[in-house]
Design a protein around this ligand. Structure first.
Ligand SMILES: C[S@@+](CC[C@H](N)C(=O)[O-])C[C@H]1O[C@@H](n2cnc3c(N)ncnc32)[C@H](O)[C@@H]1O
Length: 348
């Protein structure tokens, strides 16, 4: 599979516009992704950071080990693929400048349709000037030096702070920008919580648990739930889910898994709850991740186990659910969202 953003990020290194810093200076790649073009680096000089499990696993499969957070002190070159959310992206750009040594470079790239130009001007605002840019495959790569004489240190501090973990919803949860529905309870999640039967019981799993809102709702509403496993791909979210559910006490047992749900679950469950992710593509909604979640739920449930999920009303999940489950009902239909309940077919 091609990754035009990654390829464009590495373009100035490949075409010789930018040189790698001389050893022993190191290279840091934030939000790193796997691609054959990583071959441009000397592996021993490279530190990769990736907190999203599927991307981290793809790197591992390609022979590159990534850490969930930055371990080194200073770098001669920092590359980054900014995330979509503005405060999170700006904090990452600021972090890159904090980590790069004076005289070193920060290089970033994004698709034009995902803010390529805006990120370039963020880079220029922070660095004080842009050194260069290139475009390819509808993506834009831009780079700048760290020159402490013109670095905007006020902006640096402001952007770093913009991503800080903070209390939300009158202190009920802690959260941070960039997480799903980071500063409120998503209305679909809220509908699912309100629809769950209060006698839901046994061992459950929350797939794509985010910072723990749905799990928290399950535990509050369903006293017979004995244990709940939270699966989440984004470590930034899962770490906060742990904090948000820390007050939950024995005998209920909670476990937290930084994992790609689509690769399967750890043990058989009595029930699964989920508000699965879907990507808003330009022309159509991509439902393949949601469908993979449904398949993972089917594999992970005990025969006769219960699936409770919520989705945007128009997303076509019923086909795959009917393949793997029985007794599908629409348990709620409100404000553009549907809650689906189904039971795993016995013997499947
Ligand atoms: C729609 S959000 C739901 C979050 C939370 N459960 C709630 O209801 O507010 C979906 C979550 O799935 C996570 N996610 C996306 N892909 C994943 C994957 N392959 N495996 C596990 N989690 C994933 C996202 O990071 C996100 O937190």
């Amino acid at each position: 599979m091609t990754d035009p953003v990654l390829e464009t990020l590495l373009l100035p290194l490949e075409n010789g516009t930018i040189d790698l810093p001389p050893a022993p200076q190191r290279v840091l790649f934030l939000r790193a992704r796997m691609g054959k073009d990583l071959g441009v680096f000397d592996k021993s000089q490279l530190d990769l950071v990736q907190s999203f499990a599927p991307d981290r696993e793809a790197l591992a499969a390609g022979g590159y080990e990534a850490q969930p957070d930055i371990r080194g002190e200073t770098y001669g070159l920092v590359l980054l693929l900014p995330p979509r959310q503005k405060q999170e992206a700006r904090a990452l750009i600021a972090e890159a400048f904090r980590r790069v040594a004076p005289g070193g470079r920060v290089v970033l790239c994004a698709a034009n349709s995902e803010g390529g130009k805006a990120f370039e001007s963020d880079l220029a605002d922070l660095a004080g000037a842009l050194e260069g840019n290139q475009s390819k495959a509808k993506c834009r790569v831009a780079w700048a030096f760290r020159d402490d004489g013109r670095l905007n240190t006020g902006l640096l501090a402001e952007w770093l702070e913009g991503d800080a973990v903070r209390p939300i919803l009158e202190g009920r949860f802690v959260s941070r920008p960039g997480l799903f529905a980071w500063d409120h309870v998503d209305p679909a999640t809220d509908l699912l919580i309100r629809t769950l039967p209060v006698n839901l019981s046994g061992l459950g799993a929350d797939l794509g648990a985010g910072f723990g809102v749905l799990s928290s709702g399950v535990l509050a509403r369903c006293p017979k739930v004995a244990a709940l496993d939270l699966y989440e791909a984004e470590k930034r979210a899962l770490d906060l889910a742990r904090q948000n559910l820390a007050a939950e006490t024995a005998p209920r047992r909670l476990q937290f898994f930084w994992a790609d749900v689509t690769k399967g679950l750890g043990r058989p469950y009595d029930f699964v709850v989920m508000n699965p992710p879907f990507h808003q593509a330009t022309k159509a909604d991509r439902t393949d991740v949601g469908q993979a979640f449904i398949r993972a739920a089917a594999r992970g449930l005990k025969p006769g186990g219960h699936l409770w999920m919520v989705a945007n009303r128009h997303l076509p999940y019923e086909g795959v659910i009917n393949e793997l489950f029985t007794d599908l009902t629409m348990a709620a239909d409100e404000a553009g969202y549907k809650v689906i309940h189904a039971r795993k077919v016995r013997g499947k």
